[in-house]
Design a protein around this ligand. Structure first.
Ligand SMILES: Nc1ncnc2c1ncn2[C@@H]1O[C@H](COP(=O)(O)OP(=O)(O)OP(=O)(O)O)[C@@H](O)[C@H]1O
Ligand SMILES: [Mg+2]
Length: 330
């Protein structure tokens, strides 16, 4: 018998309530994350990456709802789970790291106390023991002079240090699953690399799994083993990062790769994807990438392709994934 995945998201549909009905913003997202895996979700702005992640953490903004689908953590259904039970999972089991630490940190509380809060509440540590743990977590995330810095307020620290505080907060209860929403986007490139390496190291040391949302393909390449590419609320391609990057099977993924700098070929011209993502309130019964797709054919306008297996461990939602990419490679 194979072990069930740590996280299993199946046919997740998220909607925003409008005066007339609902607009679907995430449409049928499915993915599994095995214990110890690092899974990336990429896509342009507005493709539904953050909302998918927030649904897992039960942190959807007001007005956005799970309309259907399932989110299983360790085999247990999270959708519809009672609030108290679900809240108990956050911290010791699941933690989330956001793009902008200032939105997650309390501006009027010393950072050491903020990190110590989780271990006190969830691990039952005394005030003193929790503070010792907080300082050791700060040291672990590479914060110099942690005992002194624990007394600082968030605004007294640099962006890079604040991001490390948030990581220390997230890992302080040794969660098994860490959800990251663009955790390094606000940082400069050198600090970004340091923080990513730190996250990887901590995941390995603590045996934590990672779901990593970003629009930066280089970050996914560095950090994740598997990925899903989202477009207009749907997944259009999934597979191992190395396979998808070498040989994309969806025209959107190919567009993303062609429009991103390539470290192996620094001189290569960047080709942006023309046009804009569709308005989700007026979804047509056609492939949503069709208006921007260089390979579009009549069939693409007559119905939307669904995600289908293209080879072992790989899926693509394109009617022509085989033919097109054979052509591209010739
Ligand atoms: N609070 C909200 N209320 C209603 N709709 C929202 C809200 N936040 C986001 N949306 C909508 O949900 C859709 C998906 O947004 P989401 O934030 O998940 O995108 P994203 O892929 O994370 O984009 P980005 O790369 O810009 O962070 C978008 O169409 C957006 O307009
Ligand atoms: Mg986002």
């Amino acid at each position: 018998m194979t072990e069930s995945p740590l996280l299993s998201v199946t046919d997740l549909v998220l909607g925003v309530k409008r005066s007339k009905g609902s607009t679907v913003i995430v449409d049928g997202v499915s993915f599994d994350v095995a214990t110890g895996n690092r899974f990336g979700i990429v896509g342009e702005s507005g493709s539904g990456k953050s909302m998918s992640l927030r649904a897992i953490a039960n942190l959807l903004p007001a007005g956005v709802n799970v309309m259907s689908g399932s989110i299983k953590y360790n085999g247990e259904e999270l959708v519809g789970m009672n609030r108290v039970k679900r809240r108990r999972l956050m911290g010791p089991e699941i933690a989330m790291i956001f793009q902008e630490p200032m939105t997650a940190l309390n501006p009027v509380m010393r950072v050491g106390d903020q990190i110590a809060e989780g271990p006190r509440r969830y691990l039952g540590l005394s005030r003193k023991a929790a503070m010792e743990l907080a300082v050791s977590m700060m040291a672990r995330t590479g914060i110099p002079d942690p005992a002194k810095r624990a007394l600082a307020y968030p605004h007294q620290l640099s962006g890079g240090l604040r991001q490390r505080i948030m990581i220390a907060m997230a890992i302080s209860c040794r969660p098994k699953l860490i959800l990251c929403d663009e955790p390094t986007t606000a940082l400069d490139v050198t600090v970004q690399h340091q923080v990513l390496r730190l996250l990887e190291e901590l995941c390995d040391d603590f045996g934590a799994s990672l779901v990593f949302v970003t629009h930066d393909l280089a970050v996914v390449n560095q950090t994740c083993r598997d990925l899903a590419v989202m477009y207009a609320g749907r997944m259009v391609e999934t597979g191992a990062v190395k396979d998808v990057f070498r040989d994309p099977r969806h025209p959107y993924t190919k567009g993303l790769l062609d429009s991103a700098p390539d470290f192996d070929q620094p001189g290569r011209a960047l080709v942006p994807i023309p046009g804009f993502p569709p308005n989700l309130a007026h979804r047509e019964n056609a492939c949503s990438f069709a208006p921007r797709c260089p390979f579009v054919q009549e069939r693409c306008l007559e119905g939307a392709p669904v995600l289908e297996r293209v080879e072992d461990g790989r899926e693509s939602a394109c009617f022509f994934s085989d033919e097109i990419f054979k052509k591209v490679r010739v």
